[in-house]
Each structure stands twice: as C-alpha cells, then as structure tokens.
Design a protein around this ligand. Structure first.
Ligand code: THU
Length: 131
C-alpha cells in the first residue's frame, strides 16, 4: 500500500485535476486519480451538461480515460471534493470501480483540506454485480 507521503501526493494530483472540472450547474468540482496495476496514473474530473442527467463524475471519467489507454486493474483510486469530511464516491461510480477492482483495490476519499480516509474497495462495495 501507499505510505502517507504517497497518499498526500496522490491527493495533490487529484486537487490539481479537480481545477479542470466543468461543474457550472452544481458548482461542485471533483477530481480523481487512479493508479493501475502497472503503476500508471490516470486522471479525471466531473463534466456536467445543460441536460443535467448527462453529467459525468470525476471517478468514471478517470476510469474511462484509463481503459482507453489499456488499463486492466485499479490498484488505488483517489477522489477529492470540497466536502466537510472526505468525499465518498457515488453508487454509480462504485459499480464502475467494481468492474476493474481486485480484492486489494483501495479508495482514498479526501477533501481539498487534505483530510482523508483510506478504505479497501471491497469493504465499501460488497456483493457488487459482475458478469
Ligand atoms: N460527483 C462526482 O464527480 N463524483 C461523485 O462521487 C459524486 C458526485 C459530481 C457529479 C456532479 O457533477 C457533481 O459532483 C454534483 O453532484
């Protein structure tokens, strides 16, 4: 697993990518960074739309970006928002993380004050659907 310095560096990376979020309707920017099983980093931010339901979360944008570059499994995914405590990924993103997770996948939930929680994905999304 990552040590504290590596966790804080990943949160910094997510905070930077969060700046690029397109969140003009909710004004709630989210940044996400994942590290895959090869050690590569992929970023994503939320992108909203005038047709609200077409908006996409930062986590899923990071994952879809990573898949397009050949990502196989998620080792770690960090998510950052301007929340009171650490942000928690939505249910739709959990199902998408589940598709690329292993029993070792870790989620770092954080906020822009760099308060964070590290949770094993399997503990936050047991019994996920997979074919
Ligand atoms: N959002 C994310 O990007 N990730 C989450 O896990 C929760 C919500 C986005 C979607 C929308 O653009 C904004 O935050 C407000 O819900």
């Amino acid at each position: 697993m990552l040590n504290k310095k590596e966790i804080l560096e990943l949160i910094d990376e997510a905070i930077t990518v969060r700046e690029g979020a397109y969140a003009k309707f909710s004004n709630f920017k989210v940044g996400a960074v994942l590290i895959d099983d090869k050690g590569d980093h992929y970023t994503g931010c939320n992108v909203e739309n005038s047709s609200y339901g077409l908006s996409m979360c930062g986590e899923r944008n990071a994952i879809f970006h990573a898949v397009s570059k050949g990502m196989n499994k998620i080792k770690v995914i960090a998510v950052v928002g301007d929340t009171e405590g650490p942000i928690s990924p939505c249910g739709a993103c959990r199902q998408v993380i589940n598709e690329f997770a292993t029993d070792e996948t870790v989620v770092i939930m954080a906020n822009i004050k760099k308060e964070y929680k590290v949770v094993k994905f399997i503990d936050m999304f047991p019994y996920g659907f997979r074919l």
